[in-house]
Design a binder for this molecule. Structure first.
Ligand code: GTP
Ligand code: MG
Length: 370
C-alpha cells in the first residue's frame, strides 16, 4: 500500500520538501516531490524528523484509537518536571543531591540508589517537583530530537565564581529553543571570590535580564554545597510552575516517555519511565518504542514497590522484553496482541533501516576503492 506523497508528508511535518527528499536519498530511496511513499519508508523518514506515524491499517488501527483530546473537566494539576543544566563543575549534581537528601524522609535515606534518572520530591508544604537527573544537556537534546519534550522548567546553574561559559550558553539556547522557561541559579555564593553581579552582567549582555535587574527571568543566589537558599530556589520553581498551569488527565491508560533503560542481571530489563498522562498500574501491558511487556513490578526512586503512578511521576518498571531508548514514547495497551504487533513492526523497520545503512556504506567503500 502507498500512502501520502513526499510533498504532503513535508507539509504535515512542517519541513521543506527538499529535506524530505534528501532524507529519502540518504535512506537509499530515490523519490520525487509527488511520489507516494510506502508505509515502511514513511515511518523511516518521519522517524528522522522525530515523528511517529500511526497507520490506519487493520492491525495498527486500534493504536490510533486512543488519541482523543482530554476534556477540561478531566484535567488535574500535576507536578512540574524540572531539568538542571549548566557548565561542567558549576554544581548541577550538588544541587540535585542536596534537594534529594533534604527531601528524603528520615529513615528511608539508606535506600537511595546511586544512579536514578528521575525522581519526585515532596517539599515541606506538600507540593511536589519532579527532577530529571540528566547527565547534562545531551540527554535533553537527544530527547528533543526524538520529539519528546518532557521538561516544563529548566534550572540553569551558573557558578558565581566563574563566568557564563560555553556550555551555559548552550543550555540557555536549548531551553529557549524548546520554549522552556528558565530559572537561573547563581551557585557557589559561599565562595569568597563569588561575584554574582558579574554573572548578571554577562547574562544581560546576552539579553537575559534577571528580575533583580528589572527583567523577567527569575534567579536565585544559592550555595548547593551548603544548601543555602535552595528552598527559595524551589519556591521560584513552584511559582513558575503555577504560571504554567500544568495539568493532565490521571483517569486513563498511562502514556509517557522513557528516561533510561538497562539490563540488570538479577531483574531483567529495567526501564525508568516518566508518566505524562493517565495512571500506570502493575499488570498493565506496555508498548515502549520497539519493546513491550506486562509490568511485573513498579518501583519508586528508592526502590520501594508502587501499585499506581500518575502524571509527572517517574517509575522504574520491570517486565519489558528489552531496553527501549531514552526518549521513546510508551503507552499502555488494552490488548497484548496489539502491542506486540506494533513492537514487531517497529523492530522490523529498524532492521530494514540498518540493512539499508549497511548497503549504503558498502557501495560507498567500493566507490572509494575504484
Ligand atoms: P559535572 O557533572 O562534572 O558537569 O559537574 P556538576 O555541575 O555536577 O558540578 P558538581 O556538583 O559536581 O560540583 C563541582 C564541584 O563544585 C564539586 O567539588 C562541588 O563540591 C563544588 N561545589 C558545587 N556547589 C558548590 C557551592 O555551592 N559552593 C562551593 N564552595 N562549592 C560547590
Ligand atoms: Mg554532575
Amino acid at each position: 500500500t502507498e500512502y501520502i506523497t513526499v510533498g504532503e508528508l513535508a507539509s504535515l511535518m512542517d519541513v521543506n520538501p527538499t529535506e524530505v527528499i534528501s532524507t529519502c536519498f540518504s535512506l537509499g530511496v530515490m523519490v520525487t516531490m509527488n511520489q507516494r511513499l510506502e508505509a515502511d519508508t514513511l515511518q523511516l523518514v518521519a522517524d528522522e524528523f522525530g515523528y511517529d506515524i500511526e497507520f490506519s491499517d487493520a492491525d495498527l488501527e486500534e493504536a490510533a484509537e486512543e488519541e482523543t483530546p482530554d476534556k477540561e473537566e478531566d484535567l488535574s494539576p500535576r507536578a512540574p518536571i524540572v531539568t538542571v543544566m549548566g557548565h561542567v563543575d558549576h554544581g548541577k549534581t550538588s544541587l540535585l543531591d542536596y534537594v534529594r537528601k533534604a527531601n528524603v524522609i528520615a529513615g528511608e535515606s539508606g535506600g537511595i540508589t546511586q544512579h536514578i534518572g528521575a525522581y519526585n520530591v515532596q517539599l515541606e508544604n506538600g507540593q511536589k517537583i519532579t527532577f530529571l537527573d540528566t547527565p547534562g544537556h545531551e540527554a535533553f537534546t537527544a530527547m528533543r530530537a526524538r520529539g519528546a519534550q518532557v521538561t516544563d522548567i529548566a534550572i540553569i546553574v551558573i557558578a558565581a565564581d566563574d563566568d557564563v561559559m560555553p556550555q551555559t550558553k548552550e543550555a540557555i539556547a536549548h531551553a529557549q529553543a524548546a520554549g522552556v522557561p528558565m530559572i537561573i541559579a547563581l551557585n557557589k555564593v559561599d565562595k569568597p571570590n563569588a561575584n554574582p553581579d558579574n554573572i548578571r552582567q554577562q547574562l544581560s549582555s546576552m539579553n537575559i535580564l534577571v528580575e533583580e535587574w528589572g527583567g523577567n527571568v527569575q534567579s536565585q543566589e544559592i550555595s548547593a554545597k551548603f544548601g543555602t537558599n535552595v528552598d527559595l530556589l524551589l519556591e521560584k520553581v513552584l511559582l513558575q510552575a503555577e504560571l504554567l498551569e500544568l495539568k493532565a488527565n490521571p483517569d486513563k491508560k498511562a502514556q509517557g516517555v522513557v528516561i533510561e533503560a538497562s539490563l540488570d542481571k538479577g531483574r531483567g530489563y529495567v526501564s525508568t519511565v516518566l508518566i505524562q498522562s493517565g495512571t500506570l498500574e502493575v499488570g498493565d501491558y506496555v508498548l515502549a518504542g520497539k519493546n513491550h511487556g506486562k509490568v511485573k513490578a513498579m518501583l519508586d526512586e528508592r526502590g520501594k514497590p508502587m501499585e499506581l503512578a500518575g502524571p509527572s511521576i517517574p517509575v522504574t518498571i520491570l517486565g519489558l522484553d528489552g531496553a527501549p531508548t531514552a526518549g521513546d514514547k510508551f503507552r499502555v495497551f488494552e490488548d497484548e496482541r496489539e502491542a506486540k504487533s506494533i513492537a514487531n513492526k517497529r523492530e522490523q523497520l529498524q532492521r530494514e533501516q540498518s540493512i539499508r545503512t549497511k548497503k549504503h556504506l558498502t557501495l560507498d567503500e567500493i566507490g572509494r576503492r575504484i
